[in-house]
Design a protein. Structure first.
Length: 162
């Protein structure tokens, strides 16, 4: 008997990643339905690949974050619109209003520090070594909030052979 698992003809890892990204869509959809009001102390850190297909961000943000960017949905965001494939949101960066369009496939992490919940995803765009970057620093009155110790972060990696 072999110690290595056979290659699966069913793409389980892709199916699970897609299902978990649907969790993000459902959560954002609930916020959209309540008029963009987050319940209680909930707030979200959303990290995404800026070069992924379908991502639309202002050029100055793409220059500053050529690979990956983290945004915070907490106090100052507007026009949240969620579709089956992604979401749009208005945020302010250094007092400059910006509209972002982010497909769910571009998301690499979703964290709600208020309840110590997080999801991490495999990038669904070509593997690129992440470059060091500054935090997005969109205008939150209290500054960045620590996402906790990550004890509730779910990482899905089925060890796909490359």
């Amino acid at each position: 008997m072999s110690d290595t698992a056979p290659d699966s003809l069913i793409p389980y890892d892709e199916i699970v990643q897609e299902a978990l990204r649907a969790v993000v869509g459902r959560v954002l959809g609930e916020v959209e339905r309540t008029g963009g009001t987050l319940p209680g102390n909930h707030h979200f850190y959303i990290t995404f690949k800026t070069a992924a297909p379908g991502v639309r961000i202002p050029a100055h943000l793409h220059e500053r974050f050529p690979d990956e960017m983290t945004i915070v949905l907490q106090n100052k965001f507007w026009d949240l619109a969620v579709t089956e494939h992604g979401f749009e949101v208005g945020l302010s960066f250094n007092q400059v209003p910006s509209k972002l369009e982010i497909p769910f496939a571009a998301i690499t992490a979703f964290v709600d520090p208020a309840v110590d919940f997080g999801l991490q995803f495999q990038a669904s765009v070509a593997d690129m070594a992440p470059e060091a970057h500054d935090d997005a620093e969109n205008d939150t009155p209290d500054g960045p909030v620590s996402p906790g110790d990550g004890s509730n972060v779910v990482t899905v990696d089925f060890g796909r052979k490359k």
